[in-house]
Design a protein around this ligand. Structure first.
Ligand code: FES
Length: 206
């Protein structure tokens, strides 16, 4: 597998690595695709809402460590509003790219940063806890990467329909029966959605 010089540099010499004592917020997320985990810690200036300090711990692969290193570097010193705009794509581009099958590793790092910011905002009354809705389902589907091309299944127009009524999620996907990733994608969707207590049943048609 070909990695860029920057990926190798951030993997061998990760920036902002380590557990933070008394963080103002943190988040731990796991990737259903590989079972790996990342934690992001934040110290936030409560006057101007800038990220004063940030660190991470990764139990992931080289791509995940490199992306977490890059994304924490990008986020440091930014306001929460600015940091909310940082995407996995931005971090991946800053690393001069990742192989398509490794894109989910960068999504995991970027999502964990966003969850840590959201946790800070909820804890400080800057944001209400969002209600579970069709939007929540769509946001989760945007995190699911089709490994062959390294793009999410929503951007690839593989999601034809999303419904949510009385705890039942209904998703229609546009994936041919001979597609080798079909089963993985269905499993990943279930793992992403089953964590919500509002979800009682998930039906995936394809
Ligand atoms: Fe798990 Fe990369 S394979 S984070």
């Amino acid at each position: 597998m070909q990695y860029s010089e920057k990926v190798l540099d951030h993997f061998m010499h990760p920036r902002n690595i380590g557990k933070m004592e008394n963080p103002d917020a943190s988040a731990t997320e796991g990737s259903p695709a590989c079972g790996d985990q990342v934690t992001v810690y934040l110290k936030v200036d409560d006057k101007d809402l800038t990220i004063k300090d940030i660190s991470f711990l990764s139990y992931g692969c080289a791509s995940n460590i490199a992306t977490a290193s890059m994304i924490t570097d990008i986020a440091k010193g930014k306001t929460l509003e600015e940091a909310k705009k940082i995407t996995w794509r931005e971090a991946m581009e800053a690393l001069d790219g990742l192989p398509p099958v490794k894109v989910h590793c960068s999504v995991l790092a970027a999502d964990t940063l966003q969850t840590a910011i959201s946790n800070y905002e909820i804890a400080h009354g800057l944001k209400e806890v969002p209600n579970f809705s069709k939007e929540t389902i769509l946001d989760e589907l945007k995190k699911i990467i089709y490994p062959q091309v390294g793009e999410d299944i929503v951007s690839l127009k593989m999601v034809k329909y999303v419904g949510f009524t009385d705890g039942e999620v209904l998703i229609d996907l546009n994936i041919p029966s001979f597609d080798q990733w079909r089963g993985n994608i269905a499993d990943e969707i279930r793992e992403h959605l089953e964590k919500y207590p509002e979800v009682k049943d998930i039906q995936i048609n394809m």
